[in-house]
Design a protein around this ligand. Sequence first.
Ligand code: PLP
Length: 286
Amino acid sequence: MWIYLNDRFVDRKEALISVFDHGFLYGDGVYETLRTYGGRCFMLPQHLARLQRSARLIGLTMPISEQEWPALLREAVERNGLTEAHLRITLSRGEGELGLDPALCPKPTLVIMTRPIAQYQAHLFEEGVPLTLAVTRRNLATALPPQIKSLNFLNNILAKREAGQARTFDSLMLNAEGLLTECTTSNFFFVSGGGLYTPSVDCGILDGITREVIMTLARGNGMPVEEGRYPAESLAHAEEAFLTNTSMEIMPVRSLDQALIGAGRPGPVTRRLRELFRSNLARFLA
Ligand code: PLP
């Protein structure tokens, strides 16, 4: 497996970083995950813009120019003989002496990893996944803005552990005000009274790129979407719910804390959006 490390492709065994890297020591860094379909990146400009935003918000300069990214990512995929790939770009503060001051690190560390895209079992898409309502609340946006897709993932990892302990697929998280936010690596939508709803960005969520695509497709096909601030009780009468992210696309939700959502299987809105996603995919590939 070839991994891009700082300025060249190296074999996996040589892809090593220092124990002094502040990404390792303090979670000081940002990342982005992307995927390809037939070798073409999904929503590439949007992912690169989000990486750029994350880096800017922590005061990191991107070591690769905007123009260089497409060829570099293509090479990362092709060298590994992949066409349906998952890519992860990690940009850390780099190596420096112990201490929080970013000035201790003169040069960021850049890593690009690829692997075949995760194949979710077909029955999950057919039956929907069970969720846990996590006790762990989503980070306060004023403490760690979710617009920074940072290496500090412990908040979500704690919620993921809760899901594991409850033997569910993932956790749905509330914010400090008790409002719905998102799952540990995906955005959340629900259908109620025939309308489509999703928590707004000001609830403290990552503005997912798949979420944006789904809202564009829904609105363009006569399905209005409301972004807002919804308490967990809003789900009591929900007919459908689903998750979105780059690797799952749209994943139906079956239950929350063992209570079925609607009929407990993918409903017409979820199914229609999945069809629209698939039939419009080419529009979103670079
Ligand atoms: N929310 C969180 C916390 C995430 O980590 C992710 C993806 O990594 C998402 C939502 C979905 O984002 P996207 O659709 O851009 O993959």
